[in-house]
Design a protein around this ligand. Sequence first.
Ligand SMILES: *Cc1c(COP(=O)(O)O)cnc(C)c1O
Length: 223
Amino acid sequence: MNEISENYKRIVESVEKARKDFKRDDKVRIMAVTKGVAYEKVNHAIELGINLLGENRAQEFLQKHPFYSKKAKIHFIGGLQNNKVKYIIDKVSVIESADSVKLLSEINRRAAAHSLTMDVLVEINIGCEWSKNGIEAGLLPGLLAEADALENVRLRGLMAIPPIDAGEQIYADMQRLYEDARAQVKQPDKFDTLSMGMSGDYITAIKHGANIIRIGSALFGSR
Ligand SMILES: *Cc1c(COP(=O)(O)O)cnc(C)c1O
């Protein structure tokens, strides 16, 4: 547990340094990614001041969720099958991994059934890797137009997992895509989130406008 505390301190310091270095005066939120991490450790991170959790796997999330401290918001960040939406819809505040009209329609339908509006990020497969979730950048304008028509879905921004060996241009491309998307959507003032950067690349991501960084191993230790 001590290790988590030291890791967290180190991450906060380097985020603050990056914000100064890159003249980012807006906020950068640190998300704790919980896959494979026991709920006790997750709650410890929340006690240290983490107020945002990232969940990858619906089933693991549903098992741990009852034991989580209620002080943190939860974002779903993993590949999401249509038939799992109903289980998580009332337990998360943002679905970051929306990547098809079909999935967005199901989120819309289930959100309506709970009389809520679900905040979503569209996941972009920015490295065009066949193994990754997310839509191709070129398909984004069409997807945004369709999502804007859904009453119980609110478009809040974009999410991406740049390839391991991505050069800086990929991050710059992602920032550009985010800005173009904001110029397109119906409610640009609500479109305010760029979720990008993990343990190995969050400094580069902050340089290119990320305002949520998703941290697993640098916080909890390697999986
Ligand atoms: C696992 C995971 C992370 C965190 O990865 P680390 O390299 O351990 O920080 C972030 N985002 C997603 C979508 C993940 O699956």
